[in-house]
Design a protein around this ligand. Structure first.
Ligand SMILES: C[S@@+](CC[C@H](N)C(=O)[O-])C[C@H]1O[C@@H](n2cnc3c(N)ncnc32)[C@H](O)[C@@H]1O
Length: 247
């Protein structure tokens, strides 16, 4: 019997034994700890691979974070890609009261630019860290600019219909995708649906990138499962915010 066949036989035996005996269930109380160690180490390795890259912004390592410093990254991206001049399609996943949505709308001044904001506007659909379901609910923001629109509901219900209607208009235009839904589920779902519309040069920003079990995990699964190559272009607040270009 070949070496490979022997290995397979052994693997099958061990797996079936573990399934039947439930031996590893003895370690179940430690699942969270093991999960944390495994996933946090993946994040740590990723950060240390990229920490010294010359980017549009990169403040690693800083001892104290300042959330508002994400604007430094926004500013640098807008200037580098001339987003205030060219027509852009801005898609924001997680709008809440519209802080970042309005910032981008005020910055990207081209009359052909379009802004799409997706949110339940009833808060998080599931808990996220110390936040519980329903936290972050906000009224649909008031905007005085007919280039923008909001799509209310969970992405899982709204995004496909939106893409059926507007997907073709996204092609060939600079896309700026802002993932700010915090959750693994929401982030991975949105990225997966957007995959057929992604083009070289599109920008994807993550607002909570270094949260190991949420946006970072969604980023990993997305890039690994869809074979998408994303080039890091900006990092702020120790990679809490990170932006990428599709290459
Ligand atoms: C951190 S807030 C967005 C903040 C906003 N971008 C800003 O910077 O001002 C996250 C938002 O994501 C929304 N969200 C999370 N998962 C969602 C989902 N599956 N569908 C729709 N909205 C979702 C929540 O309702 C919440 O308002």
């Amino acid at each position: 019997m070949s070496n490979k066949a022997d290995k397979l036989k052994l693997l099958k035996f061990v797996k079936d034994f573990l399934l039947a005996s439930r031996l590893l269930q003895l370690l179940q109380p430690f699942n969270r700890v093991f999960g944390f160690i495994y996933n946090f180490n993946l994040l740590t390795s990723w950060v240390h691979k990229h920490k010294s890259e010359k980017l549009l912004t990169n403040d690693f390592y800083r001892p104290v974070r300042n959330y508002d410093d994400r604007l430094k990254s926004f500013d640098a991206i807008a200037a580098h890609y001339k987003l205030n001049e060219i027509p852009v399609s801005y898609l924001e996943f997680g709008v809440a009261s519209g802080g970042s949505f309005k910032w981008w709308m005020n910055t990207c001044r081209n009359p052909e630019s379009r802004f799409y904001g997706f949110d339940t506007f009833e808060g998080l659909p599931e808990s996220w860290g110390v936040f519980t379901k329903g936290d972050m609910s906000a009224a649909i923001p008031e905007i005085n600019d007919n280039r923008g629109m909001f799509i209310k509901g969970i992405f899982q219900d709204t995004l496909n219909d939106f893409l059926q209607e507007y997907g073709s208009s996204l092609k060939g235009k600079q896309k700026l995708i802002h993932m700010d839904a915090d959750l693994f589920s929401a982030t991975l779902f949105a990225l997966s649906q957007l995959y057929p519309y992604l083009e070289k040069g599109d920008i994807i920003m993550f607002d909570e990138f270094n949260v190991y079990g949420h946006e970072f995990m969604a980023f990993r699964y997305f890039t690994e499962c869809f074979y998408v190559n994303l080039k890091l272009i900006s990092a702020q607040n120790n990679f809490y915010h990170a932006a990428f270009e599709v290459v």
